[in-house]
Write a protein that binds this ligand. Structure first.
Ligand code: NAD
Length: 375
């Protein structure tokens, strides 16, 4: 089986789908691995490192796409590039399937088996291939580092002969994988952290990391069977926004990570709350790329409000630590390929009945096979 990793084309993308360690593992399975020249140039892996790991480096992107049995990439492909894949090929990447109907239809028409990284089930067995988690964890870390970098104050308390500097107050909104890492990172830097999530179990996890949990009685906030939060009712949302407003106003840093699977993230911080915050405080919105949790945030940009609040809506936070982000992402790819590897035939075995593939295989054999996207 020939596996091809093309270079990412989106200028914001610094990660690579395969790193040399993943290449080595795949070659060890008996795969032929081809990577596009420059694949790792933005995550510190020169072509020579891929060659040393057993890959062939090519500059013929179109030719390699057309002959690959399996393509790994970070971002979704263009419609044109789907058209270059051969029938029967497998394509694994983030796909944003809820918003990319044309892409899915094109994959089906091209008879390509498309696997969406977002749709990998959050089960124990699939944890080793869970790219959402591996990347969110790093994004959570980066959100705090970026905030610290933009502030004109420090995180830890310092008692000096010149007086006492009080610790930064950080509010983390949304305590999933990214939020937990943001809490841990802010604590390590010495901040005083408060956190809120609609899932009660998440509040306990935040407390175990040393954060103060903000408790708001919103009534029923039970999640999905996958452990995700459900969308709140407009009344619940309003109650939350009111109850957390004071914490925001008193915080030096607010980090928002709240997402609802398959939907636009909820707006949790309205303009009046931003206006109530102190001059020089920072809001980092990890959900900005998909719409954001903060009113007035500009996706992909940093802006400053009239009252001096820095709004950071940058995209691809995990891409700011591209070497480690690529390391864990590539490990997710390699683990998935290994998990479904047919040792005899030396191929990735597509099996739509498998529990994991049932969750993330979107198209196969000329049809949209995933229950949520059929019809
Ligand atoms: P996510 O990125 O979908 O959402 C981030 C957080 O936002 C979640 O904690 C969610 O509860 C929260 N949120 C939603 N609406 C909110 C609101 N109005 N106010 C405040 N917070 C709000 O979540 P995620 O980080 O991908 O993790 C989701 C769940 O999946 C967690 O329970 C996590 O423990 C679980 N998980 C399980 C596995 C596994 O078993 N293999 C792996 C990873 C994650």
């Amino acid at each position: 089986m020939k596996i091809f990793a093309p270079k990412e084309t989106d200028p914001v993308e610094t990660r690579a789908s395969l790193d040399p360690a993943a290449v080595k593992k795949l070659v060890g399975l008996g795969a032929v691995v081809v990577v596009e020249s420059g694949l790792g140039e933005r995550c510190d892996h020169p072509d020579a490192a891929y060659t040393a790991a057993g890959a062939t480096v090519t500059t013929d992107r179109v030719g390699a796409l057309g002959s690959a049995d399996l393509v790994t990439r970070v971002r979704k492909p263009s419609l044109d590039e789907i058209g270059q894949l051969k029938a029967g090929a497998i394509h694994i990447s983030f796909l944003d399937p809820f918003n990319e109907k044309d892409l899915i239809t094109k994959f089906a028409g091209q008879k390509v088996s498309a696997i969406s990284l977002e749709m990998i089930p959050r089960t124990t067995l699939a944890q080793k291939m869970d790219a959402i988690s591996s990347q969110a964890n790093l994004a959570g870390y980066v959100s705090v580092i970026v905030a610290a970098n933009r502030m004109n104050t420090i995180f830890p308390m310092m008692m000096t002969p010149a007086g006492t500097i009080s610790p930064a107050k950080v509010f983390v909104l949304g305590i999933g994988v990214a939020g937990l890492q943001a809490i841990a990172t802010a604590k390590r830097l010495g901040a005083r952290v408060t956190a809120f999530d609609v899932r009660p179990e998440a509040l306990e996890q935040a407390e175990s990391l040393g954060a103060k949990a903000l408790r708001i009685d919103l009534g029923d906030t039970s999640g999905t069977d996958q452990g995700y939060a459900k969308e709140l009712t407009p009344e619940q949302l309003e109650k939350q926004i009111q109850a957390q407003a004071k914490v925001c106003a008193q915080s030096d840093v607010v980090i928002t990570t709240a997402k609802v699977f398959g939907r636009k993230p909820p707006i949790l911080i309205k303009k009046d709350v931003v206006e109530s915050m102190q001059y020089g405080s920072v809001i980092v919105d990890l959900a900005a790329e998909t719409g954001g949790n903060v009113e007035g945030i500009v996706p992909g940009e940093e802006t400053v409000t009239a009252n001096g609040v820095k709004l950071i809506g940058l995209a691809n936070f995990e891409g700011r630590v591209s070497k480690h982000a690529s390391q864990v992402l590539a490990a997710n790819f390699a683990n998935m390929i290994e998990h479904f590897w047919d040792k005899e035939a030396k191929t990735f075995k597509i099996n739509p009945a498998d529990e994991i593939q049932k969750g993330c295989l979107i198209t196969h054999d000329g049809a949209i096979v995933h229950e949520r996207f059929k019809g």
